[in-house]
Structure formats: structure tokens, C-alpha cells
Write a protein that binds this ligand. Sequence first.
Ligand code: CP
Length: 320
Amino acid sequence: MDGDSRASNWKHRHLLGLESLSAEDIVAVLDQAAEFKRLAEQGERKLTALAGQTVANLFFEPSTRTRTSFSLAAKRLSADTIEFSASGSSLSKGETYLDTARTIEALGPSMVVVRHSSPGAPHMLSRQLDVGVLNAGDGTHEHPTQALLDLFTIREHRGDLAGKTVALVGDIRHSRVARSNIWGLRKLGARVIVCGPATLVPRNITEMGVEISYSLDRVLGEVDCVNLLRVQFERQRGAFFPSIAEYAHLFGMNGDRQRRMKDDALILAPGPINRGVELTPEVADGSKSVILDQVTNGLVIRMACLYLLDRAAANAEANA
Ligand code: CP
């Protein structure tokens, strides 16, 4: 599909999660991102698609990768940006989440990017504001652009996702990245194994079409990719495993485990990584690691999302 057809077929004014996207929608984002990457490699880094517009980044939780890449993505498309962080804001004076969002909306952005600790917070804004809303991570629910950049990175290195086996390892229970990856990988035809301590893998996750393994060593030899999820200590209430050392011993990726994987297997991690917990430095910086490629690809994925949402809004206005 060419770029014009892709943009005219895209109907979503908001990007709230991969659950609500079709396989065709997901491929459209990946293809649009590939087009932006190709243009950048040819020297066309600055595009004019969002000239005269403003994108607001509303981060009610900390972020390095998502925030900086959404900001740069907007600038690469010639938009202005508003950068809001909870820390140092008037939230500390009692202003509510919704009043904060409406205050930012009054400055005239056409899209807002939202990260919040409460599942559903971006969905609420999509109903309350008149602008496009992109979910940059909502509690334990979804992190759609992270999953899209993960899919893009696997496709870039290993081709079509259909038929690939991907293991998501670690804190599945608290991971929005796991949930978005599962939706995306399954829709594109990949086999997904979730792997972690029994306390961190909800049993009903099989309803999403995944297999469960409680042994990383058992699945290592059959996977094409391993995505190492961070242990989300900040979202855990209670002790889910006896010690970090035991977690690393059973579920941490180390040099020995890496050598038992297929020669062309990939190691991904959404980051931030905890060296020595989910993976050792040897693995993080090793030949199978595509962790920094994921960060690089996050830029074009977020450019693609902003671009397609803007086109959907323009098409809806033209047809009104
Ligand atoms: N992967 C991810 O969302 O990283 P940040 O929290 O740094 O944005």
C-alpha cells in the first residue's frame, strides 16, 4: 500500500491501545515508520506534515525513551511541542488531572500524548477533550507505541512476524508492555510464550492466546526473540519472589543462556533495564541485543502514529 492510501485508510483519531487495532492498522503504522526511516536515511530528516500544529506531551509518570522520542518525533514533523511533567506542576497545589489536561488543551494542541499510572486515564481524556489522544503508557494496561516499536524492530531484523516465536519474560502481571505486545504479536500471527515466576504470570492470560512457561531454560532453544520485561517494583504490592538474586538466577538472561539460543535469535528489552536483574551487561551489550535499535526505531514509530492520527482528523474534517 502506498503512503496516500495508508493515510486515507487510517480511521483512528486516537491511539489508545493495540487491542482496538486490526492487523492491517498495525502493519500500516509499521510501513509508515519504515517510510520515515528510509527518508531519514536519504537525508530527509525534517518533514512538514505537522507544520503549524502543536503536540502536547503530558507525562504524569517518569519517562526517558517515550517522552524524548515523542518530542523529537513531533519536531521532525515540524510541530511545536508543549512539555508537561507532573513534578514541578500545579498538581502539587491540588489541580486535578482533568483540569490540568483542559488547561493544556486551552493552549491549542491538536494532539496530546499521555502517560499516567491509572489504567484508562488516556481513554478518559479521549472522551473529555476535542483533540487526538495517544497513550504513552497507562498503569498496567497498555503501552501501544512500545509494542509497535518492538514489532518494527523484530520485523526489521527477522522479517514477517507470522510464525515467529516470541517469549515475553518477567513481570507479566504488572506489564503494560506485555499486554500491548501480546495483542500486536498475536494479531500479526506470532506464537507468544509468557515466562516468569508463577506469582507474576496471571493464569487467565492464556485467554489472550498465549502459552505459559515457568522455566526460561525450557523455552530458550525454541524462541526467535526474547523480550525481557523489567520487574515493576513500583507497581507491586507485596513480595512476588524471595529475592532479586533468586529472580536473576531463574529468569535473568546471562551469557550461558544466550549461548543456548538460536544463532539468529534477538534479545529485546523495553527499558529501562536493570543490569544484573533481567539481564547481565554481557547480554545487554552483546551481539544478540537490539535494545538500542528499539530506542532508535521508537522515533519513526512515534512519527508514524502522530502522522496517521493527524491524517484521520483531517479526513474526518473534510468529510464533515
Ligand atoms: N520503555 C519505556 O517506556 O521507557 P521510558 O519509561 O523511559 O519511557
